[in-house]
Design a binder for this molecule. Structure first.
Ligand SMILES: Cc1ncc(COP(=O)(O)O)c(C=O)c1O
Length: 380
């Protein structure tokens, strides 16, 4: 089996699963309970928080565990809007965000918030001058992802952070779900106030994630309940999930340097190999790009048909993003980049993990070439 769909999700590390099972079976107390089992669970949760904080070079009091990227994005965006609505109702966001951000914006817009969508250039990048121009006195939030999940473009987070810091008191949120452990981010230096991440994107488990909330940044919670996570995220904590996520993050970050080198090698092989296919176009730019994502189009080939043809050979990749792959409309990210609809319609995404090999890349190139030949023959 060749799994090239790591932006959709990654395979959990065995050690991560072992930790999850151990904590779930031996330390299953509720961290809010007053007895020793509760205290033990609370201790494990604090240790996981400290580990994540150390890896992200922030304070443990700034790490809030959530159920994943979607929840973190919703908490960051709606929590900011709820808390700051009397100060202003204007929000700035890029036009290539994940549906969890885009959907939250739509909902806030219906509630009377005004949303400015930043354009992107043909490489999918936001321009800092556009952020500067969009800032108003009533801007309360700027939200820009670090790495785009469909094409892999890295946004100029440091520069945007500087502009936000210099020109407004708005909060700066970064969705780093596709970036963490692959692309560096210095939360303090880059003036990030809120940052979302998700465990299953770095070999942790689904249903685990977190939000960095810089000390002093004010949000309203969106869940009401038992006031866990310093009143910011009610609900009994997923202690085993948090421990597993901390371990997954440590293990992935330990592999970052050699892993990124390996991915760069595979990407270069994939680009060279796939460019032999007639009419292929690469939607992923060559610069300012994450090491794990390659988006390309083979116009005339129906993306869905190709995905299933490759599946027959035990090769798994994706059309665009996992969330939008079942939708029939072309990718909004590609359209925002100015990719023609016909080209966007036949877009594929390969997304690597540090575990993928040169041999796998070679097999995938050959399989795609053969599938294209066969499909083109059928279409004639
Ligand atoms: C950029 C980005 N943000 C947010 C999410 C949502 O994360 P989760 O699946 O943990 O809810 C994803 C998932 O694909 C993503 O790629």
């Amino acid at each position: 089996m060749i799994y090239f769909d790591n932006s959709a999700t990654t395979k959990p590390f065995k050690e991560v699963l072992d930790s999850y099972v151990k904590v779930s079976s031996e330390y299953f107390g509720n961290p809010s309970s007053l007895h020793s089992m509760g205290i033990q669970a609370e201790k494990l949760l604090s240790q996981a928080r400290l580990q994540v904080a150390n890896l992200l070079e922030v304070k443990p009091s700034e790490i809030y565990f959530t159920s994943g990227g979607t929840e973190s994005n919703n908490l960051a965006i709606k929590g900011t809007a709820l808390f700051h609505k009397n100060r202003g109702r204007h929000i700035i966001v890029s036009s290539v965000e994940h549906p969890s951000v885009r959907g939250a914006m739509k909902q806030l817009n219906r509630e009377g918030f005004e949303i400015t969508y930043l354009p992107v250039d043909s490489s999918g990048r936001v321009h800092v001058e556009d952020v500067k121009r969009a800032i108003r006195n009533d801007t309360i939030l700027v939200s820009v992802m670090q790495v785009n999940n469909e094409v892999g473009t890295i946004q100029p987070i440091k520069e945007i952070g500087e502009v936000v810091k210099e020109h407004t008191s708005a909060i700066f949120h970064v969705d780093a779900v596709q970036a963490l452990a692959k692309v560096p981010l210095q939360l303090y230096n880059h003036h990030v106030d809120l940052c979302s991440f998700s465990g299953h994107k770095f070999h942790g488990l689904k249903g685990t994630g977190g939000l960095f909330i810089r000390n002093g940044v004010k949000l309203d919670p969106i869940f009401s309940g038992g006031n866990q996570e310093w009143k910011m995220r009610s609900g009994t904590e997923n202690v085993a999930g948090a421990v597993a996520m901390a371990k997954a993050l440590r293990m992935t970050m330990e592999k970052t340097n050699t892993g990124v080198e390996q991915m760069n090698k595979l990407m270069s092989l994939l680009r060279t190999g796939l460019s032999r296919i007639e009419d292929v176009t690469f939607n992923t730019p060559l610069e300012n790009v994450a090491p794990h994502i390659l988006n390309f189009s083979i116009p005339g080939i129906k993306a869905e048909v190709m995905i299933h043809a490759l599946e027959q050979k035990n090769i798994f990749l994706s059309t665009t993003s996992a969330c939008s792959s079942k939708q029939k409309s072309p990718s909004k990210t590609l359209l925002a980049m100015g990719v023609p609809e016909r080209v966007a319609d036949s877009a594929f995404r390969i997304s690597l993990s540090y575990e993928n090999s040169v041999e796998e890349a070679g097999t995938v190139i050959t399989a795609i070439e053969e599938a294209v030949k066969q499909l083109r023959k059928v279409m004639k």
